[in-house]
Design a protein around this ligand. Structure first.
Ligand SMILES: *Cc1c(COP(=O)(O)O)cnc(C)c1O
Length: 361
């Protein structure tokens, strides 16, 4: 072992040494259907406006840590109730990480339904919290009885509910979620609305109903994944404590300036989301018509499907230049499942052609 490798073994925690780095496959030249990115570029005029605005940004200055202008723009664009406080993250990934760090008392538990977003578990365990996953029903709805029992047993600090859920795609039943929140006042419920632009439903307007509810949003799936900007809205008494964990300059000045400008033209992004919602239904119908393929309902910009020989279908797609996500070994409920981002009509056509060929390999 090299001296540096020995040093790594000595100084890093066993949890870190035992982890795998978050793997991002090389997708150059491929149809990129693995990460729920919006495939559309910004209109030329808006890009020019953005370039001019970014040229004005004082890169020699630190961001102003209150982020007042950006938060005001987000409040307006995302209809955040005035009574809620807002904390920003460098993507929602950073907010999840801050929550884990802030809650990591000895024995603290973070809980989420499974299959779910991998960062909840990864972030909890990295911070030294215990993660408890509660299986969904085979139709990927919340198992309300199991959730209630697990919350009573483990008394989690935080329950994450992705709404719609990733990688399954659908919204959970509102009444199920509301009953869980009301029944567990000693737990903070974080509703993760990363896919809200494609769902048409939100908990944002219900923040005032529950003292233990926060709503997380991101601009990533809306079409600005590269900016890295997320937010959590919730009761001021909770947000002000969480804010102590936030690195003071966590959102950079270029992201701030770009987001303020683009939120003024949010209609452009909302129109792209509407196109993708329509495309999702077209793609869903075409996939459902393929023999042996099961497609699940989705309120997001991706579709989950089950197919015989998922691993071979994944490879067959890859050989034909289409990268999807093979989630078939992520959880037993996902056996045989692939997750496919919805793209432009041309990309969706390329995917469908490649998929039909891959199924015949
Ligand atoms: C993609 C995704 C996010 C987004 O994270 P960012 O760090 O904001 O890009 C958050 N939650 C879920 C469930 C997601 O699928």
């Amino acid at each position: 072992m090299s001296a540096s490798a020995k040093l790594a073994q000595r100084i890093f925690r066993a949890e870190v040494l035992g982890m795998h780095a978050y793997a991002v496959p090389d997708a150059r030249g491929m149809v990129k259907f693995d990460a729920m990115e919006n495939p559309y570029a910004l209109p030329e005029a808006l890009r020019a406006k953005l370039a001019a605005r970014l040229a004005e940004v004082a890169l020699n200055r630190y961001p102003v840590p209150s982020y007042a202008e950006l938060i005001a723009a987000l409040r307006a664009g995302m209809e955040i109730p005035a009574a809620a406080s807002v904390i920003l993250g460098n993507g929602s990934d950073e907010l999840i990480s801050m929550l884990s760090v802030a809650c990591a008392k000895p024995g603290a538990v973070m809980l989420a339904p499974l299959p779910g977003f991998v960062m909840y578990k990864m972030s909890a365990e990295l911070a030294g919290c215990r993660f408890v996953g509660v299986p969904l029903t085979p139709q990927f709805q919340l198992d309300a009885t199991a959730m209630r029992a697990a919350i009573a047993e483990h008394k989690p600090a935080v329950v994450y509910v992705a709404y719609p859920n990733n990688p399954t795609g659908a919204l959970f039943d509102d009444a199920d979620v509301a009953r869980l929140i009301a029944a567990a006042p000693a737990t903070l419920f974080v509703i993760d609305e990363a896919y809200q632009p494609f769902a048409g439903k939100t908990w944002m307007g219900r923040l005032g109903e529950f003292p233990n509810l926060a709503v997380m949003r991101t601009v990533s799936k809306l079409g600005l994944a590269g900016l890295r900007l997320g937010l959590l809205a919730g009761p001021p008494e909770l947000v002000s404590e969480l804010d102590k964990v936030r690195p003071p300059y966590n959102v950079n000045v270029l992201t701030e300036a770009a987001a303020v400008l683009l939120l003024e033209d949010k209609a452009v992004l909302d129109e792209q989301a509407a196109l993708l919602r329509a495309e999702r239904e077209t793609l869903r119908a075409e996939l459902a018509a393929l023999p042996g393929v099961e497609v699940f309902a989705s309120d997001a910009n991706f579709l989950l499907l089950r197919v015989p020989g998922a691993a071979a279908a994944f490879q067959g797609l890859r050989q034909r230049g289409v990268l999807v996500k093979n989630v078939s070994t992520m959880h037993e409920l996902l056996a045989g499942c692939l997750r496919v981002t919805v793209g432009t009509p041309e990309e969706n056509r390329r995917f469908l052609d490649a998929f039909q060929q891959a199924l015949q390999d």
